[in-house]
Design a protein around this ligand. Structure first.
Ligand code: MF3
Ligand code: CO
Length: 260
């Protein structure tokens, strides 16, 4: 069942979304070679709680940490720990925050120091795919229109969409209906209507799209070890078109897109 939210509830999700965006930016400021992902998690946990929020991932289905941090071939759900960030890494910071009972979810893959041109192209493509999906998040369209737009951008660039991981409804619960796949046919799937709030989140790889679940029960990595990227926004379907509820702070390139 898809939960449609009132304008008031969407404002609350937007406040949670602002906290999520600030947290991602704050973690980004500390994302330097030598820092461990456990240290970054502690920083995020303190930041969210100091602002009256709760890290939604903490305790979700037994997840042990405040946020997910996924370096390089780790696609999603990397558990913060002893890993030391190094120059050249691609590090995904995935944050859910609950504020005043409302939940928002967003992810951003940072480049640490100088990275290979092909890795930069992977990041650019994943962001382009997210924004192509967001552009389709309007009343009258269907989920498949989002999925198809995301898939088109990724495949045109010669990269692969991971099929076993999908976006989702969000807002009252961390994961609600509907599923938001990153591949599919236009005109298919649930119809989008005002008040729906969904997390659109392309997860893509440079090589084989198959992924593997680690023995820790959470960490999902590419089977072939190829680099991955993951960008996510929580988006509301409104009468005036898509509204991004987790707009980036301190990231100039994406700010510019919002003004377009
Ligand atoms: N934020 C993740 C998502 O995009 C969910 C993480 S669940 C956790 O859906 F338990 F691993 F944190
Ligand atoms: Co999500």
């Amino acid at each position: 069942m898809i939960i449609r939210k009132s304008p008031d509830e969407i404002e609350r999700i937007a406040r949670a979304g602002a906290l999520v965006a600030e947290t991602i930016a704050h973690v980004g400021e500390h994302l330097v070679p030598g820092v461990t992902t456990a240290e970054l998690d502690d920083i995020a946990d303190a930041f969210i709680r100091a602002r009256g929020g709760i890290p939604t991932s903490q305790g979700y289905k037994g997840y042990p940490r405040a946020i997910c941090i996924s370096p390089n071939d780790v696609v999603v759900h990397g558990i913060p720990g002893d890993y030391r960030v190094a120059s050249g890494d691609l590090v995904t910071v995935d944050v859910g925050a609950t504020l005043d009972g409302a939940i928002a979810d967003s992810a951003y893959t940072y480049a640490v120091g100088a990275i290979e041109p092909e890795a930069q192209r992977l990041l650019d493509t994943c962001q382009d795919a997210l924004w192509a999906g967001i552009a389709e998040a309007r009343t009258g369209n269907r989920i498949g229109d989002i999925s198809h737009a995301v898939q088109g951008v990724v495949q045109s660039a010669g990269f692969s969409v991971i099929r076993s991981l999908v976006g989702h409804g969000v807002g009252r619960h961390y994961h609600e209906d509907p599923h938001v796949p990153n591949f599919g046919a236009p005109g298919r799937g649930p119809r989008l209507s005002e008040g729906m709030t969904i997390a659109i989140e392309p997860m893509i790889t440079m090589g084989n799209p198959d992924v593997l679940l680690d023995d820790d029960g959470w960490t999902i990595s590419t089977v072939d070890g190829s680099l991955s990227a993951h960008f996510e926004h929580t988006v509301a379907i409104t009468g005036e078109g898509p509204r991004v509820l987790t707009p980036r702070v301190g990231i100039a390139r994406e700010r510019a897109r919002l003004l377009q």
